[in-house]
Design a protein around this ligand. Structure first.
Ligand SMILES: NC(=O)c1ccc[n+]([C@@H]2O[C@H](COP(=O)([O-])OP(=O)(O)OC[C@H]3O[C@@H](n4cnc5c(N)ncnc54)[C@H](O)[C@@H]3O)[C@@H](O)[C@H]2O)c1
Ligand SMILES: [Zn+2]
Ligand SMILES: [Zn+2]
Length: 344
């Protein structure tokens, strides 16, 4: 089969003929319908310092996908041929201390699809059965494929109370955009956001943001404080990975508020912890998705909670146009870019 691979330790990706994956006990074989591009794939494409330190080419890349189960390995129960599933990208061991404590999202032995093991930019993939999340067929494939990053948004937004709250979301990449819709679907009264790219500011409004500030054009802090009558926001969700978001949040979180941090920073940061301590805020560090609470909540929200993330899914391209897909990501013209595998 032909797959999109990182063949050598250098920039770029290549379409390459690879062997069909092998079904093993405890795994399922999935025919991929859609996969989606993530910032992580961009790091891998560029072959930046993180990618160089982590990947061992050759490797099939990609970790966000949905598809249909074609075969079920020995010992698998609860899944069958023909089931529509989406991939949880974190492979966890099930026996380390965090796993045993129900905190598998911080498993000590986590491996990531398309990073540590072969991924899903391929027509077929074999994954542990526990990584195949059965998905209701009423959820369209282009939405089903983004459940892994949507799960990051659901995990972050719902790591504390959200109903009736004023929320600030810094950074409207795919996960920030999803978080706007999740916060609104869960009853946030006002969602304020920051973003620097004009197209994503537009998408943020389409996702339901009340006001979006561009920090390149104005300091958002005074405006946010005005909008919250001097008190500040109840909840701040950091989703940009940009260092300037931290002093902004420090200034605009209300005393007793909640800060949930998802964005990853290129360099270690200096931050005014005392200012946060004196405000008595709660600070949450967020990684991945809760297995499987996040998945259950996400499916319920998609099916019954009026959560519509489709405005953020701006492009669907045939898989072999992956160079164009990465170009759309690079220029910031896209929200989420989806690759279609079941055509050609
Ligand atoms: N903790 C986790 O488990 C986890 C999982 C996935 C992604 N991440 C991280 O979460 C963040 C969001 O992910 P994403 O896929 O949406 O990334 P992304 O790069 O698409 O989104 C970041 C957005 O922030 C915007 N931005 C840049 N500078 C800004 C500024 N000064 N103010 C406001 N916005 C600014 C960018 O234009 C972009 O739209 C990234 O840092 C990513 O590395 C963390
Ligand atoms: Zn991803
Ligand atoms: Zn574990």
């Amino acid at each position: 089969m032909k797959a999109i691979c990182k063949l050598a330790p250098a920039e770029g990706l290549t379409i390459h003929e690879v062997p069909e994956p092998t079904l093993r006990p405890g795994t399922v074989q999935v025919r991929v319908l859609r996969s989606s591009l993530c910032g992580t794939d961009m790091h891998i494409y560029r072959w930046d310092a993180w990618a160089q330190s982590r990947l061992k080419p050759p490797l099939i890349v990609g970790h966000e996908f949905c598809g249909v189960i074609e075969a079920v390995g020995e010992g698998v129960s609860g899944l069958k041929e023909g089931d529509f599933v989406a991939g949880e990208s974190h492979l966890v061991c099930g026996h380390c201390t965090p796993c045993r404590l129900g905190q598998a999202h911080v498993c000590l032995n986590t491996q990531i699809l398309g990073v540590d093991v072969d991924g899903c930019f391929a027509p077929r993939i074999v994954i542990p059965a526990q990584n195949a999340q059965r998905t209701d067929r009423r959820i369209p494939p282009e939405v089903a494929t983004v459940q892994d990053p949507l799960g990051n948004a659901v995990h972050t937004v719902l790591s504390g109370e959200i109903a009736g709250k004023t929320v600030l979301i810094t950074g409207c990449g795919a996960i920030g955009l999803f978080s706007i819709a999740v916060a609104k679907a869960c009853g946030a009264t006002q969602v304020l956001a920051t973003e620097v790219l004009p197209h994503r500011i537009e998408l943020a409004y389409q996702m339901g943001a009340d006001t979006v500030y561009n920090p390149l054009q104005q300091d958002p802090a005074p405006a946010i404080l005005r909008q919250t009558e001097g008190l500040g926001v109840d909840v701040a969700l950091e989703m940009s990975g940009h260092p300037s978001a931290i002093p902004l949040i420090t200034q605009t979180i209300r005393p007793g508020g909640r800060i949930s941090l998802l964005g990853l920073f290129a360099e270690p940061l200096t931050l005014d912890l005392n200012a946060l301590i004196f405000k008595g805020v709660e600070i949450h560090a967020i990684i991945g998705r809760r297995l499987y609470q996040t998945w259950e909540m996400m499916q319920a929200l998609l099916l019954f909670g009026k959560l519509d993330v489709r405005p953020a899914i701006t492009h669907q391209l045939p898989w072999y146009e992956y160079e164009h897909a990465f170009e759309l990501m690079r220029t910031g013209e896209a929200g989420k870019v989806v690759l279609v595998w079941d055509e050609k």
